[in-house]
Structures are given as C-alpha cells and as structure tokens.
Design a protein around this ligand. Sequence first.
Ligand SMILES: N[C@@H](CCC(=O)N[C@@H](CS)C(=O)NCC(=O)O)C(=O)O
Length: 201
Amino acid sequence: MRLFYAPQSPYARKVLIVAQELGCSSDIEKVVAGAHPVQRNADLIALNPLGQIPALELADGSVLYDSRVICEYLDALCGGTLNAPTGPARWRALTEQALGDGMLAGALLARYETAARPAELQWPLWLEAQLAKSSSALEAIEKNAASLPGRIDIGTITIACALGYIDLRFPDFGWRSRFPGVAEWDAQFSTRPSLVATRPA
Ligand SMILES: N[C@@H](CCC(=O)N[C@@H](CS)C(=O)NCC(=O)O)C(=O)O
C-alpha cells in the first residue's frame, strides 16, 4: 500500500497513528505529495479527484480517501477496533472523530486564509470565526475530559491530531490555559510512541 501524505498534514497523521497503533505501519510505503487548495496537484488529482491528502493506493491500483475511510479500512484489514469499538463507545468515538475533524477543517481554512490567500483579499473575521470552532469544540471536550484518559480509539486520536495541528500553526491560540482538563489528558496521550513518531516538525 502507498500512502500519499505530507508530514504536516493532520489528517495524514491520523492515518499514520492508526496504522502504528494497529501494528501495520510497515505495510505502508509513504510518498510525500503536495496538496494545495489553489495550486492543485495534477498527479494527486489522478489518485484523488479532490486533490487532497491522505490518499491510500492499494496493491490492485484502487485508491481510498479520505482519512476516515482509510482509518476504517486499516482497522478492518488489521482486525482492530480503533475505529469501531462496540456499543455506546462506538458512537462516542465516531462523534469525537467528527468533532476533531471539524476543528481541523476550520483550522485549515484559517491557515489557508494567510498561507494561500493574497494579503489584500484576507478577511480577519473569517479567520477568527474558523478558529472559534476549535474553541467551542474544546469547551465541549473539556466538559467530558474525564472520559478521555485510558482510551485509544479514533475519537481520542482525532482530537489529539487537531490539537497538534493547532500547536503547529497557531502556537498563540492558548488552549491549554483555557481547557486544563484537555491539556492534562493531551500531555499524557502525546507521549504514546505513535504520537511521538508522527509529531509534525
Ligand atoms: N476530509 C479530508 C480532508 C483532507 C484535507 O483537507 N487535506 C488537506 C491537507 S491536510 C488537503 O489536502 N488540502 C488541499 C485541498 O483541500 O485542496 C480527510 O479527512 O482526509
């Protein structure tokens, strides 16, 4: 299998963490692929018409995207339950995945606002509103922070990837002082070898 990814991509990081936690990361060859919302990458579009990473090419030439589908595929392939714990835990994990992915969607739009949009077209209120999604998501996560420790599933992995991306791109966001329960959990969770190995430089 070939994973098209970038070391700074939080969605690709999610896939890499899942693969490592499932013990199947050695089956995956990593291929760096540039993805940009405006300067679109024709090679990547040939694999994923959306031109986004991560994309996973299988041995038969078929390609899976996006991160949710790839994580579910790896879980099924390796016989894991990271993606689909049973009972109420499943719905909690999948809802947390949606929350973490939503934080990331907002944070990426905020990042593109300065990294991809010409200065004269930038709209600071838009950027603020995208990051506000992370604040309101973190408020909800903080209320349930007691449920996070001791869990390794697609929900906790996705939330950790969202926090890692905020730290990388918005180091002044200051979420730790505002959400101390999440900060305490993240400090512990981030020491897992799969998170250390995939931490963006
Ligand atoms: N829903 C997708 C989102 C993937 C995504 O937004 N990836 C970013 C890089 S982290 C990307 O490819 N951006 C380029 C673009 O959106 O055109 C997933 O879960 O994989």
